[in-house]
Design a protein around this ligand. Sequence first.
Ligand SMILES: *Cc1c(COP(=O)(O)O)cnc(C)c1O
Length: 395
Amino acid sequence: MSDALRPETLAIRTGTVRSQFMEHSEALFLTSSFVFGSAAQAAARFSGAEPGPIYARFTNPTVSMFEERLAALEGAERCVAFASGMAAILATVMGLMRAGEHVVASRSIFGSTVQLFTNILGRFGIETTFVSPTDPEQWRAAVRPNTRLFFLESPSNPLTEVSDIRALAAIAHAAGAWLAVDNCFCTPVLQRPLELGADIVIHSATKYLDGQGRVLGGAVLGGRELMEGVYTFLRTAGPSLSAFNAWVLLKGLETLPLRMAAHSRNALDLAQWLEVQPGVTRVLYPGLPSHPQHALALAQQTAGGGILAFEVEGGQPAAWRLIDAVRLMSITANLGDAKTTITHPASTTHSRMTPEQRAAAGIGDGLIRIAVGLEHPEDLKADLAQALGSVVGDG
Ligand SMILES: *Cc1c(COP(=O)(O)O)cnc(C)c1O
């Protein structure tokens, strides 16, 4: 479908393939294999001479519809779907790299991604150097002759640090490496990394692409040639997205532009309100003028997204009291849901770091992360106001 269509239209109209029944809503193909009309057609399918489904580990029409729709939104030549975000990250490395090669990664990436690079890929001879997400010079200095991949998330979790994707793509390309961006927090509605020079976009579809906390899924997107290696790993190793999950995600994409606008609007409203509350010492949100990379965020994103962090006076005891006092928000580390979630990174998502590592990374004991959902912002503020009251009152 034409590139000239806008994201709201692409999210609803691309990728649809109808069966002989001409169903309006996309069908869920719950089948593990497909039948061929003849021995010759089977041979043509297997050789790749004729496109079409073979076996659901690597071809399923519902999964293909999701891939087509997400590819259109990211402006990518090809998308390969996976069972989870972590499977997508693993497949990127397994599909494109070999033992003895080197990764440069932001030190502010998802905890399981750090463990994957360090503890698992490290055992197979792929070494990773972790650097600051906001200092391109550290990336340049970390490059080795065998560096093949740069890897980042922007904005980061939980501090919402923004990386200069254009600058890091230029450094990666000068080094003969690819830049992969985990675009989970922004989704293609708020940020299109391929247009900024990245080679690979990775998604945990579990978050905003679903948007209602129902299913796990992942995706890798990029140029046709690069994605062939990623697809070959999927076809051979089998970390495949289930047809049912693909169907849920396909419908999730239809409302993605609407939802991302509402998440961003609610988060900005809450961030501005938090900035003037007693007991709150700082608020981190890319859409606030006080954010250290506000200008860069405005240049590469169309809105601030749904994630914010703030620090309360009184360290961990105060942060825990506040979290225990909220009534509406869910206490969970998940994000990208219609339901607002609240979490204490130092004792949950980032508890595997030492206190020194956390201090160096700026993740204080009083830091709280909120993934702002789609409830009415005034109800969210009222919930936080009464929770903050209990903290300030006790202090
Ligand atoms: C959740 C998440 C992942 C992992 O995705 P799963 O679908 O849980 O495997 C990767 N990156 C980011 C930024 C995430 O938030």
